[in-house]
Design a protein around this ligand. Sequence first.
Ligand SMILES: NC(=O)c1ccc[n+]([C@@H]2O[C@H](COP(=O)([O-])OP(=O)(O)OC[C@H]3O[C@@H](n4cnc5c(N)ncnc54)[C@H](OP(=O)(O)O)[C@@H]3O)[C@@H](O)[C@H]2O)c1
Length: 192
Amino acid sequence: MPSSEHAPSSDTVTPDRATRPRVTLVVARARNGVIGADGRLPWHLPEELKHFRTLTMGHAIVMGRRTWESIGRALPGRRSIVVTRDTRRELAGAERAASIGEAIAMAGRRGPDPSIATDEVFVIGGAQIFDLALPLADRAVVTEIDLDVDGDTYFEALDPRRWSVVERREHRSASGVYYTIVDYRRSGATVA
Ligand SMILES: NC(=O)c1ccc[n+]([C@@H]2O[C@H](COP(=O)([O-])OP(=O)(O)OC[C@H]3O[C@@H](n4cnc5c(N)ncnc54)[C@H](OP(=O)(O)O)[C@@H]3O)[C@@H](O)[C@H]2O)c1
């Protein structure tokens, strides 16, 4: 389902805008908006994964349960918070949140590892969780991959009336794929 900027209707906790951490979406999307296929990333770009690692290191990362399962483990040096309605699921090395609001509020408080920063939280997908987080997001770091790929999970391009580009960095992978990392800041008001 494409992402759209709407109020988070099913959420039970909406953290206070003044006290919550900066909320940053991190997404890699193909030219046609695809971000996933059959529960996985539909490309192999180690350089892009390295960028993701550098960006998120030392911070909390918030993800949907399907993305958690797709990654398959807690990523080192980060605090993993998994959004799920399932109160019994085993999440080794991760914390559970019942809503995106709860996840963001948790990320703004110290967790088990005091070295993890609480000033900015990275929402790392997938599409369902991007949909919930988009109205709350202050920043989005989008890797625009110069490919059209088949897939079943999408992220809509950000609305230029609400988002401004602050930086664009163009790259070419060792395998010859061109991609651009675009750092956006919200220019319109957040919903909460
Ligand atoms: N290219 C990228 O940047 C990128 C990034 C991340 C993921 N992906 C891809 O995206 C795909 C997965 O995305 P997805 O949209 O299918 O799943 P997802 O967003 O990762 O996870 C969906 C799950 O989140 C939980 N959830 C959703 N809404 C909720 C709510 N309102 N309250 C509580 N929990 C809620 C549910 O977990 P329960 O069913 O456990 O309740 C739901 O099944 C994969 O293909 C993955 O590889 C791509």
